[in-house]
Design a protein around this ligand. Sequence first.
Ligand SMILES: Nc1ncnc2c1ncn2[C@@H]1O[C@H](COP(=O)(O)OP(=O)(O)O)[C@@H](O)[C@H]1O
Ligand SMILES: [Mg+2]
Length: 239
Amino acid sequence: MLEVDGVTTRYGAITALHGASLEVHAGELVALVGPNGAGKTTLLNTVAGLLSPATGSVRFDGEDITGMEPASLVRRGLALVPEHRRIFKDLSVEENLRIGGTTASAADRKQRLEEAAELFPVLRAKWTTSAGFLSGGEAQQLAVARALMSNPRLILLDEPTMGLAPTLVDVVFDLLQRLREQGRTLLVVEQNATRILQIADRGYLLRTGNIIASGTGAELAADTSLFESFIGGDAGSAT
Ligand SMILES: Nc1ncnc2c1ncn2[C@@H]1O[C@H](COP(=O)(O)OP(=O)(O)O)[C@@H](O)[C@H]1O
Ligand SMILES: [Mg+2]
């Protein structure tokens, strides 16, 4: 479903990704793990069209989408749940969801709002509340619910449990499982490497802009060199 091939992405003189390649097959949950500054966000943002790669290509469902606008990608069925959630704090829960559904027809949008209220009772209870008043866990659920408004087949999630209390981390992990049971395909960047690899079909380890290991979740989780590379990684990023 997704093929990232030899992608190099730069911020001016800084090269954040050095020819990274990975693939995600339909129905898979793929984990992307690695220390802080490894280039995980850069990779997701490049796939989502927020950044343009200097070299390499990105294919989605066989189509070359390299350098396409984010809105075109949303219409094709690819959605990003960005790092730090990035919901609109001054808008209500419902308004945030409506923004996520701008590419959908009015009828689809109405149906998906109903689905969001069903899937996220916590959000239904705060439907007209400004998103700025939500807790971290609620805001994360809103960020995911907003992405679902475009009915994506492939969802990229960037650190969905960052800053959440342990019980809310459980809520988000349950949500990932549910999305997968709905038949969605997921590429998840996650600091809880051990835990995401337990539920992932496959995973990739990114370090200083290079994919340095890949395998099934179980293989990577059992690979002690993975954990060594975390410990040897940038300060404070060991899981
Ligand atoms: N907007 C930016 N301008 C310059 N450098 C950046 C920018 N964003 C990220 N970087 C650099 O690119 C590298 C990868 O960052 P990032 O993709 O955010 O890593 P991760 O998500 O794995 O923590 C880091 O060295 C970071 O400092
Ligand atoms: Mg990041």
